[in-house]
Design a protein around this ligand. Structure first.
Ligand code: FEO
Length: 170
């Protein structure tokens, strides 16, 4: 059985994952409308993954005798200046998600809830991967400095990355 404190922390994490999914969906739509089709594909896939992160939490809370709350989500930004801005926002957002996940882990330890602590380790590992990927993309875009040929290749590579990473994370 979940303690009220752990249940509250996990429900807060549901909101954050839902917001992430929504945010990346908005970015995917922007990229598609700007002709960055590879980036759009990558971001649509990323948005789907965030939804899976959210659903994992919903089901875990309910299975452990708590009550998962499905929150409303505020409208995300829909206009971006450049791909560099998009990926810089993603990096900052993922850093925020990591710090919130670390707080949930802290609460699990203080509540001596080792089952939820164990469950959260999947998120800890996932964040490591997501932050590293976002940072790589920001670094690449900074190096390109807006060069159109390089941006074309970056966009094409992201399309390949999206195809190579099916939504396996159930
Ligand atoms: Fe599920 Fe990117 O945090």
């Amino acid at each position: 059985m979940l303690s009220k404190k752990v249940e509250k922390a996990l429900n807060a994490q549901i909101l954050l994952e839902a917001e992430s999914s929504h945010y990346y969906l908005s970015m995917a739509s922007w990229a598609e409308s700007e002709g960055y089709n590879g980036t759009a594909e990558f971001l649509y896939t990323h948005s789907d993954e965030e939804r899976i992160h959210m659903i994992k939490l919903v089901r875990f809370i309910n299975e452990r005798g708590g009550k998962a709350l499905i929150p409303s989500i505020k409208e995300p930004a829909s206009k971006f200046k450049s791909l560099t801005e998009v990926f810089s926002i993603i990096l900052k957002h993922e850093e925020l998600v990591t710090s919130e996940i670390n707080k949930v882990v802290d609460i699990c330890l203080s509540e001596k809830d080792y089952t939820t602590h164990n469950f959260m380790q999947w998120y800890v590992a996932e964040q490591l991967e997501e932050e590293a990927l976002a940072k790589t993309n920001v670094d690449k875009l900074k190096l390109m400095g807006g060069d159109k040929g390089a941006l074309y290749l970056f966009d094409r590579d992201l399309s390949a990355a999206a195809k190579a990473k099916p939504n396996e994370k159930q």
